[in-house]
Ligand binder design. Structure first.
Ligand code: MG
Length: 253
């Protein structure tokens, strides 16, 4: 008899063993779905409208602007405030938040002046910007129908990242930015461990998708992380244009 041949009896024996083990498995208790449920900690309840209930409100009707902002030299804010709308007084200087921020979600609305409202000494594109941590600029610029280098147009990470699409509103209409910013990390020697990261929605449309910031915004030359830093203020830029702001809030993350 050939040893390599499986006899009919051997085959039947094997099949019966398989049947037994299947019956045993069927009798084992099934794992409970509870094993993969998480019950703690419970997320804090936050109501969303009109402003998240856990947000720090930096600008709105009834907010004391000088409690939240100051001139970069420490003076009071010289910009024009009316009904919760703060408009750059050209050449008066940029302003910074009094509070410092690290990782955050930020909401801000801005409006460029119509042609006839532009500052006489700044007839070009009305320019401003949000410099997060005084370093990393999300561009604010009146570029509706006005071509410019695309890594400098509105909602660019200035001179670093072109917005995915152009979602800008015409001059005179409001724009919203919703920003999620993760601050850079440095080690004890001051070396960069993790670059800053930013996502931006412009008028609700994703325009910057987890972009890794290359360093401090530079007008000339390459961006770079020049210094290790912790939490820092938000700077709103006076760049000569009569840009208006309203409804600014931050949720530290
Ligand atoms: Mg700018």
């Amino acid at each position: 008899m050939n040893n390599n041949l499986v006899t009919k009896n051997q085959l039947l024996f094997g099949l019966s063993l398989l049947g037994c083990s299947m019956m045993l498995n069927a009798n084992e208790p099934k794992p409970s779905p509870k094993l993969t449920e998480v019950w703690q900690p419970v997320p804090q309840k936050v109501s969303a409208k009109p402003i998240p209930s856990d947000a720090i409100i930096l600008l709105n009707k009834g907010v004391d602007v000088n409690a939240q902002w100051q001139h970069t030299n420490g003076d009071s804010v010289k910009w024009h405030l009316q009904e919760g709308i703060l408009t750059v007084t050209p050449k008066s200087g940029s302003i910074i938040s009094k509070q410092k921020f690290c990782d955050m979600q930020m909401h801000l609305e801005w409006r460029a002046p119509r042609k006839e409202e532009r500052a006489a000494n700044a007839p070009g594109h009305a320019n401003s910007g949000i410099k997060i941590q005084r370093r990393y600029e999300v561009q604010i610029l009146e570029t509706y129908g006005r071509p410019i280098y695309v890594n400098g147009q509105a909602a660019s990470i200035y001179k670093q990242s072109v917005p995915l699409v152009d979602a800008i509103s015409p001059a005179g209409d409001w724009n919203s930015y919703d920003i999620i910013f993760k601050a850079p990390r440095f080690d004890e020697q001051g070396e960069l461990v993790k670059a800053a990261n930013i996502s931006v929605l412009h008028n609700g449309i994703l325009v910057q998708d987890q972009y890794e910031i290359k360093g401090k915004t530079m007008y000339v030359g390459e961006p770079k992380y020049f210094d290790a830093h912790g939490c820092e203020p938000i700077l709103l830029q006076d760049h000569g244009g009569k840009i208006s702001f309203r409804n600014i809030w931050v949720r530290p993350l």
